[in-house]
Design a protein around this ligand. Sequence first.
Ligand SMILES: Nc1nc2c(c(=O)[nH]1)N[C@H]1C(S)=C(S)[C@@H](COP(=O)(O)OP(=O)(O)OC[C@H]3O[C@@H](n4cnc5c(=O)[nH]c(N)nc54)[C@H](O)[C@@H]3O)O[C@H]1N2
Ligand SMILES: Nc1nc2c(c(=O)[nH]1)N[C@H]1C(S)=C(S)[C@@H](COP(=O)(O)OP(=O)(O)OC[C@H]3O[C@@H](n4cnc5c(=O)[nH]c(N)nc54)[C@H](O)[C@@H]3O)O[C@H]1N2
Ligand code: SF4
Ligand SMILES: [Mo]
Length: 890
Amino acid sequence: MEIRTTCPYCGVGCGLTVARGGTGVRIEGDPVHPANFGRLCSKGAALAETLDLDGRLLQAEIGGRPSSFETALDTVARGFTRTLAEHGPEALAFYVSGQLLTEDYYVANKLMKGFLGSANIDTNSRLCMASAVAGHKRAFGADLVPCSYDDVDAADLVVLVGSNTAWCHPVLFQRIVAAKAERGARVIVIDPRRTATCDAADLHLPIRPGTDVMLFNGLLAYLQATGAMDARFVAAHTENAAAALAAARADAPSIDAVAAGCGIPAGAVAELYASFAATPRAVTLFSQGVNQSSSGTDKVNAIINVHLATGRIGRPGAGPFSLTGQPNAMGGREVGGLANQLAAHMDFTPEATDRVRRFWNAPHVATRPGLKAVELFDAIDSGSIRAVWIMSTNPVVSMPDADKVRRALERCDLVVVSDCVRRTDTTECADVLLPAAAWGEKSGTVTNSERRISRQRAFLPPPGASRPDWWIVSRVAQRMGFTDAFAYRGPADIFREHARLSAFENGGTRDFDLGALATLSDLEYETLDPVQWPVSASPDLNAAAALAAGTFCTPSGKARFVAVTSRPPAAVATAQYPLLLNTGRVRDHWHTLTRTGLSAKLSQRDTEPFVQVHPDDAARLGITDGDLGELTARTGRMLARVQVTGDVRAGELFAPMHWNAQFASEGRVGTLIDAVTDSISGQPELKCAAVGLKRFAPCWHGFLASRQRLEIADVSYCVAAKADGYWAYVLAGDAVPGTWRQWSRAICGTDCDWIEVADAAAGRYRGAALRDGRLVACVLIGSRPVMGARDALAELFRGGAIPASARLGILSGSLGSVDADRGAIICSCFSVGRATLVEAIQSQRLTSTREIGAALRAGTSCGSCLSELSALLAEAPTSPSGLRRSLAAR
Ligand SMILES: Nc1nc2c(c(=O)[nH]1)N[C@H]1C(S)=C(S)[C@@H](COP(=O)(O)OP(=O)(O)OC[C@H]3O[C@@H](n4cnc5c(=O)[nH]c(N)nc54)[C@H](O)[C@@H]3O)O[C@H]1N2
Ligand SMILES: Nc1nc2c(c(=O)[nH]1)N[C@H]1C(S)=C(S)[C@@H](COP(=O)(O)OP(=O)(O)OC[C@H]3O[C@@H](n4cnc5c(=O)[nH]c(N)nc54)[C@H](O)[C@@H]3O)O[C@H]1N2
Ligand code: SF4
Ligand SMILES: [Mo]
């Protein structure tokens, strides 16, 4: 039977169909889901590979020992009750996640804010969406995203600010690319870094980090100076325009001033401004390059200001469009999961607290905002919060100043962690571990970037003792004495209550209204089709229509311009930390690798933590491509493989956020980042940290392939990656262990037969452990970086007893040098590497992505690599170059 559900990764919110049959689970794009119409990206396409139970948390644990679920729930309830009695509600905290379902989130928020009496529930969305939320509230009086994906399809100009859409919202990116191909839409990318998204750009502005406010202030001043404002809209539907214009003119007096401030050519600034001024159907999409900044909220308002000035909001093909990251970042905002919101888009006004108290029949409603993520972990560190429950997020990796977060958790009296995975950097700090059901095993709803609510439906039973998060939270609440308020039979009960609250005493005063869904029957909930809110019970209260008519949720009904002035990021380059580190995502990995790290397909493209360095900096520092780099900051240290590339600006670095202690010995980029926040939104500045970089020169390098996952300690650098039938380890060390023979046996097992050669003088060792002639592990050590030949190894691990030729291959070194077989993987779906592609493009004279697809299948499944295929075509000597424009003034 086919089940319709929703992808658990990004905020595009693609619909999926899941079919279970003899050969396992088949997951495909849902052809009728309005977010994707059947399309999927590489991560969605590889979901079936992440379903196995390897590494799952299947049983509750207390103090590292297995426990019954009942005992664990008792322990949590007792711990929270005792802390509440002894230290009051402010000593309690929940830290939750945009990867919870709306129903999970609603129950957690209700327990903390209605029954425990504190608002200390914050979420990883603080690291993600808080600035967008704050910007929306300042401008619209509510956290309203005034756009839909249809607007992207209909736009003539798509401006992407701080968004690597090609990799982070790939299916939406495909819609942008389609709009470009079919209708000639122009695409402009504003990002300090040249990203894969730039491959589709007509213009790329590699601005100095943090200068977005100046760029958009300049645009606002330009719109006024050139008479491109919509004076009628501004007069009728907005307020505070004069102040915003005055601030913009003062901040960005001329195009030349903007060019100098943003560090880009004046011609590029002028081109952006002229394009925007001339194109009524303009959508500005923005993401973490905007939000994760100490001026994030101002950046958001600077963007909204230019849309208000031109009336480009609430009209087809136009608007400022904040892209949500996580699958349910939007749902979390709806239930009120941020510490500074109460519930259902209501804040802590006396009327709202009273309303919510009556609705919940709650004994202890929180009456003021709680601590935001950074403050919350500081309070744990200082001991004023004594019991914390972390659900569905991995803060020891994803928070700034991540070592401090770990230390805080180690000090805390009671740390409860609900997760699906047994070993994460955060579960290692837990006193109580609660096994959560994972995607595929739990039911509920999620809301995507365009406010569309979709059902997530279970198609597998929860394994072991694991249970859905709403169930776990409800059971703890009931054990704390709140029996009736948490007596839910299932997610449908919770959803109806959530919808009722959104409509309760609303009467059109609050944008978030699900009144029409408040009376769904269980069957109607089960079969609910994707639906965009607001869906008020009374059609005349439809906020979408109000928006189209230019009415907003402010007291006056008018949208507000906000006067903003640019300021630089908090991080300042110093002699000790002279480089600015930018961080973000790679195409095939998700956050802290707990899911994508289980997929060999998704782990073949980026196998190690890396740092991108500009060629000038690399030359100055004596670092070459492929070296290891040691990054240092006031707060921590990281080791990463160096990529020398002109894609980053001189003086700036880029490193991914994904690696952590479960996969890399020193790969947590969060340890390098100071916990500086935006003073309005509380969102940390995760995109700009001052760091030092030097070459890390170990005395040996190694590569190890093993059928089993291994524990490898006492090496300077160790990175694990799932490969096809084995685990691959990239290694390096400062000190040579006694002998490689002993070392290899100690790690891979003493009960195997070994074939090996060692050349101590050359610092070389090659060995293979065999059992009944089958390969168990293979160790390759040298004085230069060694990379295993992954395809050949996969073949050996797959087969039976390995042939003599392969034994010889291992000993002669042909299984480990540079990964010669395919080059870096470009198409993950069909495992097609760069080398294969370049060879085929040249020898077969391929000139289009379609021809590549026909020849090699690359790019024909999820399409995530199409932009890179285009880039390879453009680089090929046979292609007319200069098609792509990048104004990188490097
Ligand atoms: N493959 C993949 N996709 C994902 C995720 C994932 O982990 N992996 N995570 C999801 C989540 S939760 C999120 S929030 C989204 C994030 O999606 P994005 O925001 O698109 O991704 P990031 O890579 O974090 O950052 C975007 C860009 O901001 C740029 N930037 C840095 N500083 C500045 C600046 O000062 N100004 C401007 N204009 N740009 C700047 C960076 O160079 C980077 O290219 O992705 C979602 N999708
Ligand atoms: N340096 C840097 N840091 C960043 C960012 C950045 O760009 N740069 N981006 C920030 C952003 S935007 C985000 S969103 C965060 C993301 O950071 P995190 O939320 O910390 O990362 P995840 O790996 O998604 O963690 C989710 C955890 O929940 C578990 N899990 C999955 N499903 C469920 C479930 O249904 N129930 C329960 N209980 N657990 C579940 C997973 O196993 C995993 O351990 O990182 C932030 N940190
Ligand atoms: S774009 Fe990819 S990761 Fe995002 S929801 Fe769609 S399939 Fe999932
Ligand atoms: Mo995010």
